[in-house]
Design a protein. Structure first.
Length: 338
């Protein structure tokens, strides 16, 4: 038996004869608080005093404290009130101290008994406080966990929304590309003059897609690039008007490889020839006739990485149509010459 249990056992011996007075005193204090009906208060106080005196008389103070701590933890977990048990314990401690003062004639015995009661009251309240703190910490952790899950949900929704926006942007881009094809074909189909055909194609593509610069070039009989171009208003280009000269730069590479060339960042490409200062990315689509390179479509943009696989596909479709249109113009020119 612990010293506290032994001291409280002596206190119980002194308080047991005053059981009824103790119940009455505690009942008056609790009834004054007005939290329960008088009959209910009386029953609560009788049960509490009998249980306390019984456990203390048997030297079970420590066991009682452990059980009360467990009960307090369970009550806190179920949302039980915290203030009322604290008020009841403090009132009972004062009533017990008053009853003990009347029962003890020996000052030392009274001092020891009051010290034991004070320690008991402190530990009973500590059990309640710890239960309250534990439950508060648990609920805070639960709230934080729930907040984390909500944040993750929000992040998932944000990612989903970003994906939908990207899909919408891609759909819009594809719609614009389809409209571009239809517009270019409609504008150049009736044209049978090569120079006018190339200029109209460059103007239409540049106006429709708002590229910085668009050129349609072909190889003449001497292997020199000739063609037409269109650029954004105010564009500072080193050689304006008619494109002419040997196949160099990204265009020359596309002709040699007979394959589309997409350059996300022209500053990182050794073949790039800077003819437009504001250009940041470039795409060149070779124009092939029966597997032979006859020209190219050149697209330049002020935006980095402005061209993707969809743009390549549209460019190749335009190149295929231009082959037919340019062939028709060439055949007409040859027929007129003859």
């Amino acid at each position: 038996m612990t010293p506290l249990a032994a001291g409280l056992q002596k206190v119980a011996e002194r308080l047991s004869p005053q059981r009824d007075d103790l119940v009455a005193a505690w009942t008056r204090v609790m009834a004054a608080a007005g939290t329960r009906a008088d009959v209910e208060v009386r029953s609560f106080c009788e049960h509490g005093v009998d249980a306390l005196l019984g456990r203390l008389s048997r030297g079970e103070a420590e066991e009682m404290l452990r059980e009360e701590a467990e009960e307090a933890l369970a009550a806190a977990g179920s949302g039980g009130s915290f203030q009322e048990p604290v008020r009841a314990l403090r009132a009972l401690e004062r009533c017990c101290a008053g009853a003990l003062a009347q029962a003890c004639a020996d000052p030392q015995e009274l001092s020891d008994g009051l010290a034991a009661l004070s320690e008991l009251g402190a530990r009973r309240l500590d059990g309640l406080f710890r239960a309250h703190e534990h439950e508060t910490a648990r609920r805070v952790a639960e709230a934080q966990d729930q907040a984390a899950r909500c944040n993750e949900k929000a992040a998932e929704l944000q990612r989903a929304n970003d994906g939908l926006r990207r899909q919408a942007a891609q759909s819009q881009h594809r719609a614009e590309q389809i409209a571009l094809l239809a517009n270019v074909i409609r504008r150049i189909a009736p044209l049978l003059d090569s120079d006018r055909l190339m200029q109209e194609a460059a103007d239409t593509i540049q106006a429709r897609m708002a590229y910085t610069y668009v050129a349609v070039v072909v190889l003449d009989n001497e292997g020199i690039l000739v063609g037409r171009w269109a650029g954004r208003r105010g564009l500072d280009r080193r050689s304006a008007g008619r494109t002419q000269g040997p196949a160099r730069g990204i265009i020359g590479r596309a002709l040699r490889k007979r394959a589309p060339q997409v350059v996300p960042d022209v500053t990182q490409d050794a073949d790039y020839l800077a003819d437009v200062d504001s250009t940041r990315s470039e795409m060149v689509i070779p124009i092939l006739e029966d597997g032979v390179v006859v020209g190219a479509l050149d697209f330049q943009s002020e935006d980095p990485a402005a061209f993707d696989l969809d743009d390549v596909a549209v460019g190749e479709t335009l190149a295929e149509f231009l082959v037919v249109a340019l062939r028709n113009a060439r055949l007409l020119s040859e027929a007129r010459s003859q």
